[in-house]
Design a protein around this ligand. Structure first.
Ligand SMILES: Nc1ncnc2c1ncn2[C@@H]1O[C@H](COP(=O)(O)OP(=O)(O)OP(=O)(O)O)[C@@H](O)[C@H]1O
Ligand SMILES: O=C(O)[C@H](O)CO
Length: 445
Protein backbone atom coordinates (compact mmCIF):
# COMPACT_ATOMS: atom_id res chain seq x y z
CA UNK A 1 0.00 0.00 0.00
CA UNK A 2 1.44 3.46 -0.87
CA UNK A 3 2.02 5.61 2.14
CA UNK A 4 0.46 9.01 2.50
CA UNK A 5 3.47 11.39 2.40
CA UNK A 6 1.84 13.84 4.81
CA UNK A 7 1.20 11.11 7.35
CA UNK A 8 4.82 10.00 6.97
CA UNK A 9 6.10 13.56 7.44
CA UNK A 10 3.92 14.03 10.49
CA UNK A 11 5.24 10.79 11.99
CA UNK A 12 8.83 11.95 11.40
CA UNK A 13 8.09 15.20 13.19
CA UNK A 14 6.50 13.29 16.07
CA UNK A 15 9.60 11.09 16.37
CA UNK A 16 11.76 14.22 16.43
CA UNK A 17 9.63 15.87 19.10
CA UNK A 18 9.71 12.77 21.26
CA UNK A 19 13.50 12.66 21.09
CA UNK A 20 13.77 16.21 22.41
CA UNK A 21 10.88 16.07 24.89
CA UNK A 22 12.10 18.05 27.93
CA UNK A 23 11.25 15.42 30.54
CA UNK A 24 13.06 12.72 28.57
CA UNK A 25 16.02 15.03 28.03
CA UNK A 26 16.29 15.59 31.79
CA UNK A 27 16.05 11.85 32.54
CA UNK A 28 18.78 11.12 29.96
CA UNK A 29 21.21 13.37 31.83
CA UNK A 30 20.13 13.25 35.46
CA UNK A 31 19.89 10.22 37.76
CA UNK A 32 19.46 9.93 41.51
CA UNK A 33 20.84 6.94 43.44
CA UNK A 34 20.27 7.09 47.18
CA UNK A 35 21.92 10.36 48.25
CA UNK A 36 23.87 10.82 45.03
CA UNK A 37 22.76 13.06 42.18
CA UNK A 38 24.48 12.20 38.89
CA UNK A 39 24.37 14.80 36.15
CA UNK A 40 26.37 13.58 33.15
CA UNK A 41 29.81 12.76 34.51
CA UNK A 42 29.51 14.79 37.74
CA UNK A 43 28.22 13.52 41.05
CA UNK A 44 26.71 15.71 43.77
CA UNK A 45 26.30 14.28 47.26
CA UNK A 46 22.88 15.51 48.35
CA UNK A 47 23.92 15.26 52.00
CA UNK A 48 26.36 18.12 51.35
CA UNK A 49 23.51 20.59 50.71
CA UNK A 50 21.13 22.28 53.12
CA UNK A 51 18.59 23.12 50.44
CA UNK A 52 17.81 22.29 46.82
CA UNK A 53 16.25 25.23 44.97
CA UNK A 54 14.86 25.08 41.45
CA UNK A 55 14.61 28.04 39.07
CA UNK A 56 14.16 28.35 35.33
CA UNK A 57 12.12 29.59 32.43
CA UNK A 58 11.12 28.85 28.85
CA UNK A 59 8.39 27.28 26.78
CA UNK A 60 9.55 23.78 27.81
CA UNK A 61 10.56 24.56 31.39
CA UNK A 62 7.48 23.02 33.06
CA UNK A 63 8.09 19.39 31.99
CA UNK A 64 11.77 19.80 32.89
CA UNK A 65 10.77 20.97 36.37
CA UNK A 66 8.32 18.07 36.61
CA UNK A 67 11.12 15.64 35.75
CA UNK A 68 13.25 17.12 38.55
CA UNK A 69 10.33 16.73 40.95
CA UNK A 70 10.01 13.12 39.87
CA UNK A 71 13.71 12.51 40.48
CA UNK A 72 14.18 14.51 43.67
CA UNK A 73 10.68 14.63 45.18
CA UNK A 74 10.59 16.02 48.72
CA UNK A 75 14.27 16.82 48.58
CA UNK A 76 13.42 19.94 46.59
CA UNK A 77 13.06 22.71 49.16
CA UNK A 78 11.29 25.17 46.89
CA UNK A 79 11.35 26.51 43.38
CA UNK A 80 10.06 29.11 40.94
CA UNK A 81 9.82 28.53 37.20
CA UNK A 82 8.23 30.74 34.54
CA UNK A 83 6.56 29.49 31.34
CA UNK A 84 4.55 31.01 28.51
CA UNK A 85 0.81 31.23 29.22
CA UNK A 86 -0.72 27.78 28.79
CA UNK A 87 2.60 25.90 28.67
CA UNK A 88 2.00 24.30 32.06
CA UNK A 89 2.10 20.85 33.61
CA UNK A 90 1.10 20.15 37.22
CA UNK A 91 3.94 20.65 39.73
CA UNK A 92 3.91 19.80 43.43
CA UNK A 93 6.82 21.62 45.08
CA UNK A 94 7.89 24.17 42.50
CA UNK A 95 5.75 27.27 41.92
CA UNK A 96 4.91 27.73 38.25
CA UNK A 97 4.45 31.27 36.94
CA UNK A 98 2.89 32.03 33.55
CA UNK A 99 3.81 35.10 31.53
CA UNK A 100 3.61 36.66 28.08
CA UNK A 101 5.81 35.77 25.10
CA UNK A 102 7.32 37.20 22.89
CA UNK A 103 6.41 40.66 24.18
CA UNK A 104 6.94 40.54 27.96
CA UNK A 105 4.43 41.50 30.64
CA UNK A 106 4.33 42.34 34.35
CA UNK A 107 3.78 38.68 35.27
CA UNK A 108 7.14 37.78 33.69
CA UNK A 109 8.83 40.63 35.49
CA UNK A 110 7.42 39.48 38.85
CA UNK A 111 8.49 35.87 38.17
CA UNK A 112 12.02 36.92 37.22
CA UNK A 113 12.33 38.99 40.41
CA UNK A 114 11.09 36.03 42.46
CA UNK A 115 13.71 33.77 40.88
CA UNK A 116 16.49 36.29 41.50
CA UNK A 117 15.34 36.59 45.11
CA UNK A 118 15.38 32.82 45.54
CA UNK A 119 18.83 32.56 43.94
CA UNK A 120 20.16 35.39 46.11
CA UNK A 121 18.94 33.57 49.22
CA UNK A 122 21.19 30.59 48.37
CA UNK A 123 24.33 30.05 50.44
CA UNK A 124 27.48 28.05 49.73
CA UNK A 125 25.70 25.03 51.23
CA UNK A 126 22.76 25.12 48.79
CA UNK A 127 22.30 23.50 45.41
CA UNK A 128 20.45 25.53 42.77
CA UNK A 129 19.08 23.68 39.76
CA UNK A 130 18.01 25.70 36.77
CA UNK A 131 15.97 24.59 33.74
CA UNK A 132 16.23 26.70 30.61
CA UNK A 133 14.60 26.48 27.19
CA UNK A 134 13.88 28.87 24.36
CA UNK A 135 11.43 31.62 25.08
CA UNK A 136 12.99 32.28 28.48
CA UNK A 137 14.34 35.74 27.59
CA UNK A 138 10.91 37.19 26.96
CA UNK A 139 9.58 35.50 30.11
CA UNK A 140 12.19 37.00 32.48
CA UNK A 141 12.26 40.78 32.01
CA UNK A 142 13.79 41.86 35.35
CA UNK A 143 14.39 45.37 34.08
CA UNK A 144 17.35 47.44 35.17
CA UNK A 145 16.72 50.59 37.24
CA UNK A 146 15.19 53.40 35.24
CA UNK A 147 13.60 51.18 32.56
CA UNK A 148 9.86 50.59 32.76
CA UNK A 149 7.95 47.68 31.27
CA UNK A 150 6.06 49.80 28.73
CA UNK A 151 9.36 51.03 27.29
CA UNK A 152 10.77 47.55 27.12
CA UNK A 153 7.60 46.21 25.46
CA UNK A 154 7.88 48.87 22.75
CA UNK A 155 11.60 48.18 22.35
CA UNK A 156 11.01 44.41 22.11
CA UNK A 157 8.47 44.88 19.34
CA UNK A 158 10.94 46.97 17.40
CA UNK A 159 13.79 44.52 17.91
CA UNK A 160 11.67 41.54 16.80
CA UNK A 161 10.58 43.27 13.59
CA UNK A 162 13.91 44.79 12.51
CA UNK A 163 15.48 41.56 11.20
CA UNK A 164 18.11 41.33 13.97
CA UNK A 165 19.43 37.87 14.80
CA UNK A 166 18.71 36.21 18.15
CA UNK A 167 22.37 36.79 19.10
CA UNK A 168 21.84 40.52 18.55
CA UNK A 169 18.43 40.73 20.21
CA UNK A 170 19.65 38.83 23.25
CA UNK A 171 22.79 40.97 23.59
CA UNK A 172 20.44 43.89 24.18
CA UNK A 173 18.13 41.87 26.45
CA UNK A 174 21.15 40.89 28.59
CA UNK A 175 22.08 44.54 29.09
CA UNK A 176 18.59 45.77 29.84
CA UNK A 177 17.32 42.97 32.12
CA UNK A 178 19.29 41.88 35.18
CA UNK A 179 18.28 38.21 34.86
CA UNK A 180 20.17 37.13 31.70
CA UNK A 181 23.83 37.60 30.90
CA UNK A 182 24.99 35.42 33.81
CA UNK A 183 23.16 37.46 36.44
CA UNK A 184 21.06 34.56 37.76
CA UNK A 185 24.33 32.68 38.40
CA UNK A 186 25.86 35.77 39.99
CA UNK A 187 22.84 36.06 42.30
CA UNK A 188 23.12 32.39 43.29
CA UNK A 189 26.89 32.49 43.90
CA UNK A 190 28.47 30.97 46.06
CA UNK A 191 25.87 28.16 45.81
CA UNK A 192 26.53 25.24 43.47
CA UNK A 193 24.40 25.77 40.38
CA UNK A 194 23.61 23.26 37.66
CA UNK A 195 21.66 24.45 34.62
CA UNK A 196 19.94 21.97 32.29
CA UNK A 197 19.54 23.64 28.93
CA UNK A 198 17.56 22.88 25.76
CA UNK A 199 18.96 24.81 22.82
CA UNK A 200 16.84 26.75 20.36
CA UNK A 201 19.81 28.70 19.03
CA UNK A 202 21.89 27.96 15.94
CA UNK A 203 25.32 26.86 17.20
CA UNK A 204 23.96 26.10 20.71
CA UNK A 205 25.72 29.15 22.19
CA UNK A 206 25.06 28.94 25.93
CA UNK A 207 25.26 32.68 26.47
CA UNK A 208 22.56 33.24 23.85
CA UNK A 209 20.03 30.48 24.66
CA UNK A 210 17.45 32.08 26.99
CA UNK A 211 19.87 35.06 27.17
CA UNK A 212 22.30 32.92 29.18
CA UNK A 213 21.22 33.52 32.80
CA UNK A 214 23.84 31.03 34.01
CA UNK A 215 26.59 31.60 31.42
CA UNK A 216 29.50 34.01 31.13
CA UNK A 217 28.44 36.75 28.72
CA UNK A 218 30.44 37.43 25.58
CA UNK A 219 28.52 40.57 24.64
CA UNK A 220 29.04 44.12 25.91
CA UNK A 221 27.22 47.47 26.16
CA UNK A 222 29.45 48.70 23.34
CA UNK A 223 28.25 45.86 21.09
CA UNK A 224 24.62 46.69 21.95
CA UNK A 225 25.08 50.24 20.70
CA UNK A 226 26.59 48.83 17.50
CA UNK A 227 23.49 46.63 17.06
CA UNK A 228 21.11 49.58 17.55
CA UNK A 229 23.10 51.53 14.94
CA UNK A 230 23.16 48.60 12.49
CA UNK A 231 19.35 48.53 12.45
CA UNK A 232 18.91 52.31 12.69
CA UNK A 233 17.28 51.99 16.11
CA UNK A 234 19.46 54.13 18.38
CA UNK A 235 17.21 57.17 18.13
CA UNK A 236 13.85 55.43 17.87
CA UNK A 237 14.32 53.28 21.00
CA UNK A 238 12.74 54.58 24.21
CA UNK A 239 15.31 57.05 25.60
CA UNK A 240 15.74 55.16 28.91
CA UNK A 241 17.00 52.11 27.03
CA UNK A 242 19.49 53.94 24.83
CA UNK A 243 20.65 55.88 27.91
CA UNK A 244 21.27 52.65 29.86
CA UNK A 245 23.35 51.21 27.01
CA UNK A 246 25.31 54.44 26.58
CA UNK A 247 25.94 54.68 30.33
CA UNK A 248 27.15 51.08 30.28
CA UNK A 249 29.43 51.65 27.30
CA UNK A 250 30.90 54.65 29.14
CA UNK A 251 31.68 52.36 32.10
CA UNK A 252 29.14 53.95 34.43
CA UNK A 253 27.06 50.75 34.76
CA UNK A 254 28.71 47.41 35.64
CA UNK A 255 29.27 45.11 32.64
CA UNK A 256 27.66 41.64 32.63
CA UNK A 257 29.93 38.93 34.13
CA UNK A 258 32.25 37.44 31.50
CA UNK A 259 34.32 34.26 31.24
CA UNK A 260 36.62 33.96 34.26
CA UNK A 261 34.27 35.80 36.62
CA UNK A 262 34.17 34.12 40.05
CA UNK A 263 30.35 33.99 39.79
CA UNK A 264 30.79 30.91 37.55
CA UNK A 265 33.25 29.01 39.74
CA UNK A 266 30.56 26.59 40.91
CA UNK A 267 28.31 26.66 37.85
CA UNK A 268 27.83 23.74 35.47
CA UNK A 269 25.84 24.26 32.31
CA UNK A 270 24.60 21.06 30.68
CA UNK A 271 23.06 21.01 27.20
CA UNK A 272 20.36 18.32 27.27
CA UNK A 273 18.69 18.62 23.85
CA UNK A 274 19.16 20.40 20.53
CA UNK A 275 18.04 20.53 16.92
CA UNK A 276 20.60 17.94 15.76
CA UNK A 277 19.07 15.30 18.07
CA UNK A 278 15.62 16.04 16.68
CA UNK A 279 16.88 15.69 13.10
CA UNK A 280 18.64 12.43 13.90
CA UNK A 281 15.48 10.96 15.43
CA UNK A 282 13.45 12.00 12.39
CA UNK A 283 16.12 10.53 10.09
CA UNK A 284 16.02 7.25 11.99
CA UNK A 285 12.25 7.09 11.70
CA UNK A 286 12.48 7.90 7.98
CA UNK A 287 14.90 5.00 7.51
CA UNK A 288 12.57 2.72 9.45
CA UNK A 289 9.81 3.64 6.99
CA UNK A 290 11.96 2.87 3.97
CA UNK A 291 13.36 6.31 3.08
CA UNK A 292 17.09 6.99 2.76
CA UNK A 293 17.61 9.93 5.12
CA UNK A 294 20.00 12.79 4.36
CA UNK A 295 20.51 15.44 7.01
CA UNK A 296 21.56 18.53 5.08
CA UNK A 297 22.20 20.86 8.01
CA UNK A 298 21.22 21.67 11.58
CA UNK A 299 22.35 25.28 11.26
CA UNK A 300 20.03 26.60 8.56
CA UNK A 301 19.74 30.39 8.67
CA UNK A 302 18.75 33.05 6.13
CA UNK A 303 15.58 34.37 4.55
CA UNK A 304 12.83 31.73 4.80
CA UNK A 305 11.69 31.96 1.16
CA UNK A 306 15.26 31.61 -0.13
CA UNK A 307 15.88 28.56 2.03
CA UNK A 308 12.65 26.97 0.76
CA UNK A 309 13.85 27.41 -2.81
CA UNK A 310 17.25 25.90 -1.98
CA UNK A 311 15.68 22.86 -0.31
CA UNK A 312 13.27 22.23 -3.18
CA UNK A 313 16.17 22.60 -5.63
CA UNK A 314 18.18 20.04 -3.66
CA UNK A 315 15.21 17.64 -3.74
CA UNK A 316 14.67 18.17 -7.47
CA UNK A 317 18.34 17.57 -8.19
CA UNK A 318 18.02 14.13 -6.67
CA UNK A 319 15.56 13.28 -9.42
CA UNK A 320 17.56 14.95 -12.20
CA UNK A 321 20.44 12.45 -12.39
CA UNK A 322 20.33 8.67 -12.24
CA UNK A 323 16.87 7.27 -11.43
CA UNK A 324 16.44 7.08 -7.64
CA UNK A 325 17.08 3.62 -6.26
CA UNK A 326 14.52 4.26 -3.52
CA UNK A 327 12.65 7.09 -1.79
CA UNK A 328 14.74 9.73 -0.02
CA UNK A 329 14.06 12.03 2.92
CA UNK A 330 15.92 15.33 3.12
CA UNK A 331 16.12 16.97 6.53
CA UNK A 332 17.23 20.46 7.52
CA UNK A 333 17.09 22.23 10.85
CA UNK A 334 17.82 25.70 12.11
CA UNK A 335 16.08 29.03 12.25
CA UNK A 336 15.38 31.16 9.21
CA UNK A 337 14.32 34.80 9.29
CA UNK A 338 11.55 36.69 7.57
CA UNK A 339 11.98 40.30 6.62
CA UNK A 340 8.42 41.46 7.02
CA UNK A 341 7.25 43.91 4.40
CA UNK A 342 3.56 42.94 4.21
CA UNK A 343 0.64 43.12 6.59
CA UNK A 344 -0.39 39.45 6.50
CA UNK A 345 -0.36 36.72 9.11
CA UNK A 346 2.23 33.95 9.15
CA UNK A 347 5.48 32.63 10.53
CA UNK A 348 8.92 31.54 9.33
CA UNK A 349 7.83 27.95 8.67
CA UNK A 350 4.54 28.85 7.05
CA UNK A 351 6.35 31.27 4.78
CA UNK A 352 8.81 28.50 3.85
CA UNK A 353 5.95 26.14 3.02
CA UNK A 354 4.26 28.78 0.85
CA UNK A 355 7.51 29.59 -0.95
CA UNK A 356 8.21 25.85 -1.30
CA UNK A 357 4.82 25.31 -2.93
CA UNK A 358 5.66 27.91 -5.58
CA UNK A 359 8.68 25.83 -6.64
CA UNK A 360 6.93 22.47 -6.48
CA UNK A 361 4.04 22.93 -8.84
CA UNK A 362 5.21 20.61 -11.63
CA UNK A 363 6.81 18.11 -9.32
CA UNK A 364 4.41 15.48 -8.04
CA UNK A 365 6.95 13.28 -6.25
CA UNK A 366 8.06 15.77 -3.57
CA UNK A 367 6.19 16.69 -0.36
CA UNK A 368 7.53 19.19 2.13
CA UNK A 369 6.79 19.96 5.78
CA UNK A 370 8.17 23.01 7.57
CA UNK A 371 7.49 23.26 11.29
CA UNK A 372 8.53 25.05 14.42
CA UNK A 373 9.30 22.42 17.05
CA UNK A 374 7.60 24.49 19.76
CA UNK A 375 4.28 24.16 17.95
CA UNK A 376 3.79 27.88 17.43
CA UNK A 377 5.13 29.57 14.35
CA UNK A 378 5.12 33.34 14.48
CA UNK A 379 2.12 35.04 16.08
CA UNK A 380 -0.23 32.22 14.98
CA UNK A 381 -1.84 29.05 16.34
CA UNK A 382 -0.12 26.91 13.68
CA UNK A 383 3.21 25.08 13.89
CA UNK A 384 3.93 25.33 10.16
CA UNK A 385 2.67 23.90 6.91
CA UNK A 386 2.88 21.36 4.11
CA UNK A 387 3.57 21.93 0.43
CA UNK A 388 3.39 19.71 -2.65
CA UNK A 389 2.64 19.90 -6.37
CA UNK A 390 -1.12 20.16 -5.77
CA UNK A 391 -0.88 23.15 -3.44
CA UNK A 392 -0.87 25.89 -6.08
CA UNK A 393 -3.84 24.36 -7.88
CA UNK A 394 -5.74 24.21 -4.62
CA UNK A 395 -4.92 27.89 -4.12
CA UNK A 396 -6.19 28.81 -7.57
CA UNK A 397 -9.43 26.94 -6.89
CA UNK A 398 -10.08 29.16 -3.88
CA UNK A 399 -9.06 32.33 -5.70
CA UNK A 400 -5.71 32.81 -3.97
CA UNK A 401 -2.57 34.08 -5.66
CA UNK A 402 0.52 32.51 -4.06
CA UNK A 403 2.85 35.34 -5.15
CA UNK A 404 0.55 37.97 -3.69
CA UNK A 405 0.24 36.04 -0.43
CA UNK A 406 4.03 35.76 -0.20
CA UNK A 407 4.48 39.46 -0.94
CA UNK A 408 2.06 40.23 1.88
CA UNK A 409 3.68 37.69 4.31
CA UNK A 410 0.23 36.10 4.38
CA UNK A 411 1.21 32.44 4.54
CA UNK A 412 -1.28 31.49 7.27
CA UNK A 413 -4.33 32.30 5.14
CA UNK A 414 -2.78 30.65 2.07
CA UNK A 415 -2.05 27.40 3.93
CA UNK A 416 -5.31 27.41 5.85
CA UNK A 417 -7.48 27.83 2.74
CA UNK A 418 -5.53 25.19 0.79
CA UNK A 419 -5.71 22.69 3.66
CA UNK A 420 -1.97 22.77 4.28
CA UNK A 421 -1.71 24.26 7.74
CA UNK A 422 -0.11 22.12 10.46
CA UNK A 423 -1.48 22.60 13.96
CA UNK A 424 0.08 20.67 16.81
CA UNK A 425 -0.68 22.92 19.79
CA UNK A 426 2.17 23.71 22.22
CA UNK A 427 4.65 20.83 22.15
CA UNK A 428 6.34 22.00 25.37
CA UNK A 429 9.75 21.68 23.76
CA UNK A 430 11.75 24.07 21.59
CA UNK A 431 14.72 23.17 19.37
CA UNK A 432 14.14 25.67 16.54
CA UNK A 433 12.61 24.66 13.22
CA UNK A 434 12.67 21.63 10.93
CA UNK A 435 12.12 21.25 7.20
CA UNK A 436 11.48 17.71 5.96
CA UNK A 437 11.12 16.73 2.30
CA UNK A 438 10.06 13.32 1.01
CA UNK A 439 11.26 12.51 -2.49
CA UNK A 440 9.45 9.46 -3.86
CA UNK A 441 10.68 7.52 -6.87
CA UNK A 442 8.74 9.20 -9.74
CA UNK A 443 6.93 6.05 -10.85
CA UNK A 444 5.79 5.30 -7.28
CA UNK A 445 4.49 8.83 -6.62
N1 LIG B 1 3.34 37.49 8.86
C1 LIG B 1 4.47 36.85 9.12
N2 LIG B 1 5.04 36.05 8.20
C2 LIG B 1 6.19 35.40 8.43
N3 LIG B 1 6.86 35.49 9.60
C3 LIG B 1 6.36 36.27 10.58
C4 LIG B 1 5.15 36.99 10.38
N4 LIG B 1 4.90 37.69 11.53
C5 LIG B 1 5.92 37.41 12.39
N5 LIG B 1 6.80 36.56 11.81
C6 LIG B 1 8.05 36.03 12.37
O1 LIG B 1 7.75 35.26 13.53
C7 LIG B 1 8.91 35.23 14.36
C8 LIG B 1 8.50 35.15 15.82
O2 LIG B 1 7.85 33.94 15.95
P1 LIG B 1 8.06 32.91 17.14
O3 LIG B 1 7.38 33.46 18.34
O4 LIG B 1 7.64 31.57 16.62
O5 LIG B 1 9.63 33.00 17.32
P2 LIG B 1 10.58 32.13 18.17
O6 LIG B 1 11.92 32.42 17.59
O7 LIG B 1 10.13 30.71 18.17
O8 LIG B 1 10.48 32.72 19.64
P3 LIG B 1 11.50 32.34 20.80
O9 LIG B 1 12.84 32.16 20.17
O10 LIG B 1 11.48 33.53 21.72
O11 LIG B 1 10.98 31.09 21.39
C9 LIG B 1 9.71 36.48 14.04
O12 LIG B 1 10.97 36.02 13.57
C10 LIG B 1 8.94 37.15 12.90
O13 LIG B 1 9.80 37.57 11.86
O1 LIG C 1 14.45 32.91 24.83
C1 LIG C 1 15.26 33.21 23.97
O2 LIG C 1 16.15 34.05 24.14
C2 LIG C 1 15.25 32.55 22.64
O3 LIG C 1 14.24 31.60 22.54
C3 LIG C 1 16.58 31.92 22.39
O4 LIG C 1 16.88 30.97 23.35
Amino acid sequence: MTKNPRAVLRSLLDAALQAVAPDRAVHRHVQVQDNLLHIDNRTYNLDDYDRILVTGAGKGAAPMAAALEQLLGERITQGAVCVKYGHTVPLRRITLYEAAHPVPDAAGEAAARRMLELAASATGRDLVLCVLTGGASALTPALADGICLAHWQAATQRLLACGATIHEINAIRKHVSVFGGGRLAAAASPATLVALIISDVVGDDLDVIASGPTSPDSSTYEMCLGILDRYGLRHSMPAAITRRLEEGAAGRVPETPAQGDAAFDRVHNVLVANNRQALEAAAQEAARQGYTPRILTSTMTGEAREKAKELVTAARQLCAGEPLSGPVCLLAGGETTVTITGAGLGGRNQEMALAGAMHLQDCNNITMLCAGTDGSDGPTDAAGGFACAATLNAARCCGLDAGACLADNNSYVFLEKTGNLLKTGPTLTNVMDMALLLVECPDAA
